[in-house]
Ligand binder design. Structure first.
Ligand SMILES: N[C@@H](CCC(=O)N[C@@H](CS)C(=O)NCC(=O)O)C(=O)O
Length: 222
């Protein structure tokens, strides 16, 4: 039996969605973020030393890192579904987007979350300075990177219906989280219609909806 160690409002939602798309049985162990810090509870460190989500266990294997989890599950249980054939052009695109999600799309979105928090939560006597530093970093690095990434993703979806090609794949599942985060806090809106249509399409998938029911609370931080 596959167990998903699932944190509320988090990336591990994608793993539940993948398992629903594959029609597999699995168990969900839920963990709640600390309401103040938003960090995962210490019990997750008993499952994996980094204490982050997602982590899955499947037999003897304990695996963290969402891209590795998604790729492994698709290869192990997909039987040709949700992952293009080895050696195909789509397979290369598939791997590219599987890695792009956490390697390139996510870091500036996380930085935006952190700098926005610094701006709103810094103690009042240092707030003007904290705001000036945060605005400088946001304006020179964070927002230009988010925008370039979004423009790139928007143009790539003009080539095919899905990220890896004409077929829906696990790369689309992996890409869902940065796009949902960009919608919540990264400025993604109707000015990028293909990305908005992508979000609408994935949210309408029955497996996506079932996964949200299994996982519970899924509202991304602003
Ligand atoms: N690159 C890792 C990131 C893991 C990660 O940061 N997970 C977040 C959930 S969205 C987490 O566990 N946050 C709580 C914490 O850092 O304590 C992955 O894709 O699995």
């Amino acid at each position: 039996m596959i167990t998903v160690h699932h944190l509320n409002n988090s990336r591990s939602q994608r793993v539940l969605w993948l398992l629903e798309e594959l029609g597999l049985e699995y168990e969900v162990k839920r963990y709640q973020r600390d309401r103040q810090t938003m960090l995962a509870p210490p019990e997750l460190r008993a499952v994996h030393p980094l204490g982050k989500s997602p982590v899955i266990s499947d037999g003897d294997m304990v695996l963290a890192e969402s891209g590795a989890v998604v790729e492994t599950l698709a290869d192990r249980y997909g039987a040709g579904r949700l992952a293009p054939a080895f050696g195909s052009t789509e397979r290369v695109r598939y791997l590219y987007w599987l890695h792009f999600a956490e390697g390139t799309a996510q870091p500036p979105l996380l930085l935006k979350l952190l700098f926005d928090r610094i701006k709103s939560k810094a103690p009042f006597f240092v707030r003007p300075v904290a705001r000036a530093i945060a605005d400088q970093a946001l304006g020179t690095f964070v927002l230009p990177n988010i925008n370039r990434n979004l423009d790139f993703m928007e143009s790539e979806l003009g080539r095919h219906d899905w990220f890896a090609g004409p077929q829906f794949s696990a790369a689309d599942i992996q890409m869902s989280f940065p796009l949902e985060a960009a919608r919540a806090r990264g400025g993604l809106d109707e000015k990028r219609p293909r990305l908005m249509a992508f979000l609408e399409k994935i949210h309408a998938r029955p497996a996506y909806r079932r996964a949200v029911e299994r996982g519970g609370e899924y509202a991304l931080m602003r």
